[in-house]
Each structure stands twice: as C-alpha cells, then as structure tokens.
Write a protein that binds this ligand. Structure first.
Ligand code: ATR
Length: 262
C-alpha cells in the first residue's frame, strides 16, 4: 500500500491539498495517497488518532482545527510555538509532532515572485491567526520592520506584545486601520475582508512597492487599489502551494520547486 497522507478540516470539500500533493509526488517520483478527512466539530482528536493508528504518515490541518492540533502535539517546532497553531502533523516514536508551514509558504511565494524581503519594511493588515503565523518566518527571511494595522487596534497591540520577544532582531509596531500611512516595501492583506466581500481602503498617505493578498480566487479591493497604482501584486495561491510544499518536504525529505506548480 502506498504511504497515506490527508488533510483534515470542517468543511473540507473545497481543499486543493490532495491535487497539490499528488502533483508534487508525481514530479518527485514518489508513490503516495493523499485524501480529505471531514472531522465532526467535536471529533478532531478521535479522527487524527484513527488516521495515525491505521498507519497514516502525515496530516495537514485546516480550519477550524489548527489551534486544537497545536494543543494536541507533544513536540512542536519553534515557528509552530510562536504561531500557536499547527497545520502539519506526523508521528515519531508514538509522539505527535506539529509544525506550521504557512509562514514559510508565504516567504517562498514572495521569493518565487522575485520580490526581496531582506532588510525590508512590511505592513501587514489584519491581526488574526493568519498574521500571527507569518511574523516569525518573515523576520527569519530578513524583514527588519513589521507594522501590523488592524481595525481593532487593541488586537494588533496584543499581537505585538506577544511576539516582540520572539523576533528581537526586528521592530514590530501596531496601528489602527484608520491610521494607515508611511512607506513600505511590501503590504500584505491578511484580513478576511476579501473572503467576506468587504472593501479595504488604502489612503494616498500610504505608499508601497509591492502588494500581496493572502486570499485567492476572490475579488479583492485591496489588490484593485494596488494595481491602480501600478505596483506588482499577487494573490495568495503561491502561499497555498508554498505551505503545501513545505509540509511535503517535512514528511518526504525532498522539497519540490514552487515555481514548477504556479
Ligand atoms: P484569520 O485566522 O484568518 O486571521 P481572524 O482571526 O478571524 O481570521 O482574523 C480576521 C482579521 O481580519 C482580523 O484582523 C479582522 O479585524 P478585527 O480584528 O478588527 O476583527 C480582519 N477583518 C475582517 N473583516 C474585516 C474588514 N471588513 N475590514 C477590516 N478588517 C477586517
């Protein structure tokens, strides 16, 4: 039987992970089977136990179980500890290991666009789990200053307070969404505004060289405004592929080239 992998979530039908992992496996000449698992909202732990007890090798975790996965792990990577969320699980000697590959996926997607991160100033709009998960990998990739702008300022301030000691080599700042201004190399939209069809307004006092939208396949007023200014833009498909590649490389010890799958 081929090695078993899966993604677990609720809902799960929309997940692109099986097609991505099968494409990576084909490119790398590996034989594996990657399926979708719909876990009941109160049945996450039982579901992952069943998967690993049946010999499963690796699981990806998606909404709404990433925090439960984090809590369930006996061993966590540094970036998963900082993210407080886990999207990649595997077993070693009966111990559940967890990592979070979302941030590295974003870094790899930005590099695949040939946008530099080294010594840059980055503005991230949003202060939820998506933002928390990418701060440490962005700083590891060379970002020197991150400003977190959020509709609810207190949430951005809390995130900065939480993460400051984890990234001592960078400057972290919190601002309200109504106070967007300054010059940035890159602006990242990590809000769920595009997913819910809401508009984000970028004032003229805000200047930036590149714009990355974490969502993909949805209309984005954020990207519309960036395009109107003529700066290079990207939606988040590359990040999706990037996080999948990083999970694949943890499990299989071999890292496909992101540019081959965009
Ligand atoms: P995720 O885990 O995807 O980050 P989340 O924790 O629900 O999801 O966070 C969603 C983020 O999008 C928050 O920063 C939220 O702002 P608030 O903290 O003020 O709620 C932001 N967000 C959602 N809809 C928004 C909108 N219409 N305009 C601005 N920010 C929005």
């Amino acid at each position: 039987m081929s090695k078993q992998f899966a993604v677990i979530g609720n809902p799960i039908e929309q997940s692109r992970s099986p097609e991505l992992h099968h494409a990576f496996a084909q490119k790398m000449g590996l034989d594996l089977n990657y399926s979708k698992r719909l876990a009941p909202l109160d049945g996450f732990l039982a579901n992952i136990q069943e998967f690993f007890s049946q010999g499963g090798i690796g699981l990806n975790v998606t909404v709404p179980f990433k925090e439960q996965a984090f809590a369930a792990c006996a061993v966590l990577t540094e970036r998963a500890k900082i993210a407080k969320a886990v999207n990649t699980l595997w077993m070693v000697d009966g111990q559940l290991h967890g990592d979070n590959t979302d941030g590295q996926g974003l870094v790899d997607a930005i590099r695949a666009l040939d946008w530099s991160l080294d010594q840059t100033d980055v503005l991230i709009i949003g202060a939820g789990g998506a933002t928390r998960g990418v701060i440490y990998p962005l700083v590891q990739a060379g970002v020197k200053k991150i400003v977190i702008a959020n509709r609810t300022l207190a949430r951005a301030e809390q995130l900065v307070a939480d993460l400051k000691t984890a990234v001592p080599q960078a400057t972290l700042q919190a601002i309200g969404l109504d106070a967007l201004e300054g010059q940035f190399d890159l602006v990242i939209n990590a809000t769920s505004a595009s997913l819910s069809g809401d508009a984000l307004v970028l004032p003229e006092t805000l200047q930036f060289q590149h714009a990355y939208e974490m969502a993909y396949g949805k209309p984005s007023t954020f990207l519309d405004q960036a395009k109107a200014r003529g700066v290079p833009t990207s939606e988040g498909y590359g990040m999706l592929v990037g996080q999948a590649i990083e999970s694949f490389s943890i499990w299989n010890g071999i890292k496909p080239n992101l540019k081959d799958f965009l």
